[in-house]
Design a binder for this molecule. Structure first.
Ligand SMILES: *Cc1c(COP(=O)(O)O)cnc(C)c1O
Length: 507
């Protein structure tokens, strides 16, 4: 039996856990998975097996059966990011201290001050003025951030309709509930107007009682990812309907942006002001395009500019910021509006210290008890700074463009979305960010492409669909990317697959 009373030197245990070899492959084999599944404890041991045996169990069976996407730069699935050394270290500290960050207690802990400092540095990294975003907090990820963004939007747009009607209410949805507040405001429906939205936007709409069907697409006929201003204006004119506009600041399948310039954002802002609508930006990973400064990156710089005109902004930490799961953030312009929604009332034991610039996180976000997820963000921003992050992103973008160029020049693959003549000269890939979507030209190879790539266990890609056919997607987001080295590996994997395919079909 293991005593719970003694607390060993955790660091030496972590060293032992990590010391055993880091996986060279991006996926465990089926055999490794089966063995681990076989070894999983499925019943609670009456007497624990003890720390020693647990380390042995984790090292021998569990660790090899995970996909070590942070530890290899060649995992291109989803947009997973990785974890920088500074972030990983700090995350261990957060675990060790098990600090709960829900109430601002400045005389007892530095935790909320540090969280605020991390959020301010993050704003600075993204060229946003923290003073304009007084409601800012860390979340569990972009999905939670979208829930908070839409909840703040829902509160504000109904409240604006109430005011427009001459009614005055201090708090509307948060206090009286959605149904009554809408009735009082004379609002019959709430719509979320967007283009190429992430699936979590529908999920947020469902959670918040708006319903998944409130999402309406207003993309351009020929470029569905781009917000069509004429469609936007006509949707905003719907009588007795409150509107939230959601800007997809880089879409997860194609990497495309919903706006093309600051003036595009300005027009959207202008229309939304006319019709009392809220502008939410989902910039989970796209907002990091604001780190780019090169002349080559002009189109991405344009597409991510003007974001500061929004009412709320979602971003992810565990993607391009390369901090561990689970970490995202949300920024909105009004702390009082956020408090109408998230105030945790009547809990005397949770009331915080003195009035302060720093809000108690429990009153401005979903959770009460929360992990100290600000610590890894703080550590990584301090360790690498603006230039470190810009350089990291430039490497990721360079690799993505290298992949796009290879795909375009290859006789066997096709880059998606198909490029129009206007998008021009084939060897210009300035619009490629960190997502590369493509397919094999041979339909039967294309059907199996994702599986064949995964089976090499050298690189990992996600499968998706494009216009009803299977497609394959690279999402480059790991801090450890080395463009030349990684492009060579990627092209050799793809060439190998084509070669094997040809010899098999010829036989
Ligand atoms: C990844 C992503 C999300 C969801 O983020 P989670 O961190 O998985 O919750 C939302 N929006 C966009 C644009 C994304 O790329």
């Amino acid at each position: 039996m293991q005593s719970l009373r003694s607390f060993p030197n955790v660091q030496s245990l972590i060293d032992r856990l990590l010391d055993s070899a880091v996986p060279g492959e991006v996926l465990p084999s089926q055999q490794t998975l089966a063995e681990a599944r076989n070894q999983l404890f499925k019943t609670l041991p009456s007497n624990g097996i003890g720390l020693e045996s647990t380390i042995e169990h984790l090292t021998r069976y569990i660790k090899p059966a995970l996909n070590g996407n942070s530890l290899t730069a060649n995992y291109y699935g989803f947009v997973t990011g990785g974890s920088t050394a500074a972030a990983s270290l700090a995350d261990n500290l957060a675990t060790l201290y098990d600090q709960n960050v829900q109430v601002h207690l400045p005389n007892e802990t530095i935790a909320t001050d540090l969280e605020d400092a991390a959020l301010r540095m993050l704003c600075s990294l993204l060229s946003l003025n923290a003073e304009e975003w007084p409601h800012r907090t860390f979340t569990t990820g972009a999905t939670a951030s979208n829930v908070i963004g839409l909840a703040c939007a829902r509160e504000a747009v109904i409240s604006k309709h109430l005011t427009a009607k001459g009614a005055y209410s201090v708090s509307c949805v948060g206090e009286t509930g959605l149904v009554k507040a809408m009735r009082e405001a004379g609002v019959e429906d709430i719509q979320v107007l967007t283009s190429a939205p992430h699936s979590s936007l529908s999920k947020a709409a469902s959670i918040l009682g708006l319903g998944r069907s409130c999402i309406k697409l207003i993309g351009h006929e020929n470029a569905p990812h781009l917000i069509d201003l004429a469609k936007l204006e006509s949707a905003l004119q719907e009588p007795n309907v409150a509107s939230i506009v959601a800007i997809s600041c880089s879409e997860v399948n194609t990497g495309k942006f919903a706006t093309h310039s600051e003036s595009h954002m300005r027009e959207i802002r202008h229309l939304c002001d006319r019709f009392n609508a809220w502008v939410h930006v989902d910039g989970a990973f796209g907002i990091f395009a604001r780190l780019l400064t090169d002349a080559d990156d002009a189109s991405l710089i344009q597409a991510s500019s003007g974001i500061e005109l929004a009412d709320s902004i979602t971003g992810d930490g565990h993607k391009l910021l390369n901090v561990p799961y689970d970490c995202g953030f949300i920024l909105t312009r009004s702390r009082s509006n956020a408090e109408q929604v998230f105030q945790n009332p009547n809990a005397a034991y949770l009331s915080g210290g003195a009035a302060s610039d720093i809000a108690s996180p429990l009153n401005i976000g979903i959770e009460n008890s929360r992990r100290f997820r600000a610590l890894p963000v703080y550590a990584t921003l301090v360790a690498y700074g603006r230039h470190g992050y810009a350089e990291m992103l430039e490497r990721q973008v360079r690799l993505s463009r290298g992949i796009a160029k290879y795909i375009t020049e290859s006789a066997h693959f096709e880059l998606l979305p198909e490029r129009t003549v206007k998008e021009g000269i084939k060897d210009s890939f300035d619009d490629v960010f960190i997502i590369v979507l493509f397919r094999a030209r041979d339909a039967s190879l294309n059907d199996r492409l994702v599986d064949l790539i995964k089976a090499t266990a050298k690189i990992y890609v996600s499968g998706t669909a494009w216009k009803g056919l299977p497609a394959c997607r690279f999402a480059v987001s790991n801090w450890a990317v080395e463009p030349e080295r990684d492009l060579q590996l990627i092209t050799s994997v793809l060439e190998g697959i084509v070669h094997d395919w040809k010899s098999r079909t010829a036989a």
